[in-house]
Each structure stands twice: as C-alpha cells, then as structure tokens.
Write a protein that binds this ligand. Structure first.
Ligand SMILES: *[C@@H]1O[C@H](CO)[C@@H](O)[C@H](O)[C@H]1NC(C)=O
Ligand SMILES: *[C@@H]1O[C@H](CO)[C@@H](O)[C@H](O)[C@H]1NC(C)=O
Ligand SMILES: *[C@@H]1O[C@H](CO)[C@@H](O)[C@H](O)[C@H]1NC(C)=O
Ligand SMILES: *[C@@H]1O[C@H](CO)[C@@H](O)[C@H](O)[C@H]1NC(C)=O
Ligand SMILES: *[C@@H]1O[C@H](CO)[C@@H](O)[C@H](O)[C@H]1NC(C)=O
Length: 410
C-alpha cells in the first residue's frame, strides 16, 4: 500500500491565530465577505467544533489555503469537509474548490482556474444539488447525475472520491449517494456509441400494442337494438290513415338488449416494439486515461456567494486513503452530530418560545396604552423596569444557563 498523504486542516481551527496565518483572503475585490471562527449557535463541543463561518449577508467570499503540491496520478484522491447551514434554507454556495499551485491567492476570484469544485449549492427548496465540477482539457464538466444535498440545519459531511481506475464515489454523512465511472456521468469525452445513420427505420412497423381480435365474430342472436316496436301494441280500430299517416307500434326498451357488440381486444401478435436505432462505435471516441489526473494540486479555497450568511465549514481533509477519510469523518462529524442535533432542537424550541413571549408582551403593552393618561405615565416607568428584569432573569436567560449545565455534562 502506498504511503498515506493526508492534509488535514481542521486542527487549525482551534485557535484564531493559527487559521489567520494559514488562510489568505483575496484582494481581487475590495468587499469580500469576512469569515469568523465559531462553533455557531449549536454544536457538539464549543472548542472542537469551531469552523470558518461566513459572517456577512449578500457577499462574495474568497479565502484559500496553500499546501505542498501533490498529484493524484495513479492515486486515489479524497476531498472531504463538513458544512452546516445554521441560517437555514437560502441561496448560496457551500462548496470547496481545489486549485493548481499557479493560483495567486491574493487575486483569487470566481474566474480563477480550478481543478475541482465540490459541495452543496442551495437556492430555495427546489434548487439544491451537490456540484462535482471537474476540469479537463480547458473545460469544466458538471456532473450529469443529479445529487441532492441535505438542506436541514445540521452539520453534514461531504466526501468525493476519485480513483485511479476512473471510478468515483460521492458520500454524504459517510453514506454513498452516487458512484460510477467518471466517463459515464460527466461528458469529458464524445460518447462511446452513436446512432448508426446507415440503418433506417423500417417504413412499415407495427407499433400497435393491442388490436381488436379479428377472429371474434358478433354472435347471430346478438340483440343490438336498444328500442323495439312494442309487440303487444295494436292498431286502434279508429285509426285514420288519411289524417294520421301509417300506424306504427310505439317503441319500448328491448328486454334482450345486450349493448353494442365490441370485439375482444388482444395483444397484437405482430407488434414489433418501438424501433430502436442501432448504434455503432463512435469513431471520434478515444479513451483518455488522463481524466481527472491533476498535477500540483496546491490550494483549497472557499470561493462562493451567499445571500444569507452563517454557513460553517470545518474538517477539511485531502487524502489518498478512503478508509482513513471515513474514520476521520466518524471521529469528527460522527461524534458531533447527535449532541448538535439535540441542541439545535432545543435551541429552536427556545427561539420559538422567545418569539411567543415577545408577541405576548407586545399585546400587553398595547392594551396598557389604552389606559387613561395619568396611569400611563406611572406605568411606563414600571413597565421598562419589568422588561429589563425579564430579559435578565426570566425564561430565556434561565434556559441558557440550564443549557450550559447540560452541555457540561456531555
Ligand atoms: C502512473 O502509472 C503509469 C502506468 O503504470 C506510469 O507510466 C506512470 O509513471 C505512473 N505515474 C506516477 C506519477 O507514478
Ligand atoms: C450531460 O449534460 C450535458 C449538459 O447538460 C449534456 O449536453 C449532455 O448530453 C449530458 N450527457 C449525458 C451523457 O447525459
Ligand atoms: C476501481 O477501484 C475500486 C477501489 O480500488 C474497486 O472497488 C472497483 O471495483 C474498481 N472498479 C473498476 C471498474 O475497476
Ligand atoms: C508542477 O510545479 C512544478 C514547480 O512549479 C513545475 O516544475 C511542474 O512543471 C509542474 N507540473 C505540472 C504537471 O504542471
Ligand atoms: C464509521 O462508522 C460507521 C458507523 O458507525 C461504521 O460502520 C464504519 O465501520 C466506521 N468506519 C471506520 C473506517 O471506522
């Protein structure tokens, strides 16, 4: 087994000094959004779960970190990171990019040439997918197989594996969500097979799936008149033919009426199926063993646009060892996911109650303002004191303390 090359970044996020030294902010635009180091509003461990959080709304971000160049020729490449969208559903990228060594980090921008763009991109409920955009011979190729991403507020682990035998795998939370051959799921190359234009569709081809049974005959005694002349009716004796015309029996419902006769429907014995155009080898297709061979991979960057900020990126890992990546995933995302989720649910519950309390208070204030003038001036003062007291000592504050205790026990 080849030696493990692994580049982990997450240990850098334990202290603000360390990450600032290793990450470079682009100056290409004067107003890129700022990242901050935080574990966010809910987490498994306040220190360990710190990551880079986008902190300004409606901004482009362009931050990157450089490492010793390596190539994935004849090697597996695993790109892994975790991201949490605390801010909820919105519009913006949550992906990472890998760049060649030639990238000027101070000038990185959305047109900077990259090798791989990988990760979720979310815009509302409908438009959410995992990008796997791969560079090949001057062009970017998007994954043709759509991969849905997770859109809840919890941290999720994203993993891309590209193997030397030109297969790939995408995992979310260490579960496979897509896998296959690079050639099949991206259009790097012209298709292997094309329609054979020398073969024409046969002029006559029976495409009827079912037909009426030609053998089926209408039985001789089939009654298909719904109304018949009444056999019991008799011509009245005083019928005046000159005045009333020829006498006819009145019509009655035919008791033997069986409905319209229809032949049986049977499967068409001469059905030939939809005609499929025969294919032949595409002369333009040539296998290319260099697909996704990247040289001097040397920079990992967060280059994205976000409408609502708050995404926290963490646990970046580049390695050639799939199992190691899975293990790192288990030890990072895997250990935080449950406490984080519990806390998120509690947090959401608290936010909801806070909102309800505020609404209640507003209603009460409005009611008081209807009181007469004398009492209003008196009560205004009391009111404010009570509000301040509330904010410190009442429900939300207390619960934060309870939460802190609860966290310590974990
Ligand atoms: C990769 O494998 C090919 C074929 O075995 C070999 O020619 C090439 O030198 C290898 N490249 C590296 C960087 O090991
Ligand atoms: C992949 O997507 C591109 C762009 O949408 C399309 O032109 C191409 O035909 C697709 N290729 C395959 C193999 O589906
Ligand atoms: C490619 O390599 C992987 C991992 O070594 C292996 O599991 C898979 O079967 C291989 N696929 C092909 C098509 O060779
Ligand atoms: C990788 O970078 C080195 C040093 O800059 C350079 O000599 C080499 O040509 C590069 N390799 C490729 C394949 O670009
Ligand atoms: C990661 O965790 C899963 C679920 O607990 C387990 O099945 C898997 O073997 C673990 N993988 C590694 C490499 O430790």
């Amino acid at each position: 087994k080849t030696q493990i090359i692994s580049i982990c970044f997450f240990f850098l996020f334990y202290s603000i000094d360390k990450w600032k030294k290793r990450w470079v902010e682009s100056k290409h635009q004067p107003d890129y959004g700022q990242f901050q180091l935080t574990a966010g509003k809910f987490y498994g461990d306040k220190e360990r779960d710190k990551g880079l959080q986008t902190s300004e709304d409606a901004k482009f971000y362009a931050l990157s970190t450089r490492f010793k160049p390596f190539s994935n020729e004849n090697e597996t490449l695993v790109v892994q990171f975790s991201v949490k969208h605390e801010q909820g559903i919105d519009c913006g990228g949550r992906y990472v990019k890998l760049f060649p060594a030639t990238l000027k980090q101070e000038d990185m921008h959305s047109e900077s040439e990259y090798y791989i763009m990988f990760g979720p991109d979310i815009c509302g409920f409908g438009n959410n997918k995992v990008h796997v955009i791969l560079y090949h011979q001057g062009k970017y190729h998007e994954n043709n197989k759509t991969i849905k991403c997770r859109i809840n507020k919890d941290t999720h682990l994203y993993t891309l594996v590209i193997r030397p035998n030109a297969t790939y795998e995408v995992k979310i939370d260490n579960q496979q969500v897509a896998a296959g051959n690079l050639e099949d799921d991206w259009d790097f190359l012209p298709p292997k097979k094309i329609k054979d234009l020398y073969v024409r569709k046969p002029r006559k081809s029976d495409v009827r799936l079912q037909i009426e049974d030609p053998e089926d005959q209408k039985p001789e005694n089939w009654e298909d008149f719904e109304y018949i002349p009444d056999p019991k009716a008799k011509k009245p004796d005083d019928w005046n033919e000159a005045m009333n015309g020829e006498w006819e029996e009145p019509l009655i419902l035919n008791p033997k009426y069986k409905g319209q006769w229809k032949p049986w429907i049977i499967d068409n014995p001469s059905y030939q199926g939809e005609w499929i155009h025969p294919e032949r080898d595409n002369p333009k297709y040539k296998p290319d063993p260099t697909i996704c061979h990247y040289y001097n991979i040397s920079v990992l960057g967060l280059n994205l646009w976000q409408v609502k900020s708050g995404s926290i990126f963490d646990n970046f890992l580049l390695t050639n060892d799939e199992e190691f990546a899975e293990e790192v995933g288990n030890n990072t995302w895997g250990t935080r996911k449950d406490p984080e989720k519990q806390w998120r649910e509690l947090h959401e519950e608290m936010e909801k109650r806070k909102r309800e309390e505020q609404a209640q208070r507003k209603r009460e204030q409005e009611e008081e303002e209807d009181n007469d003038d004398f009492w209003r001036t008196e009560e205004k003062g009391n009111d404010r004191q009570m509000l301040e007291g509330d904010a410190d000592g009442a429900f939300p504050g207390k619960n934060e303390e309870a939460l802190a205790d609860w966290k310590d026990e974990l």
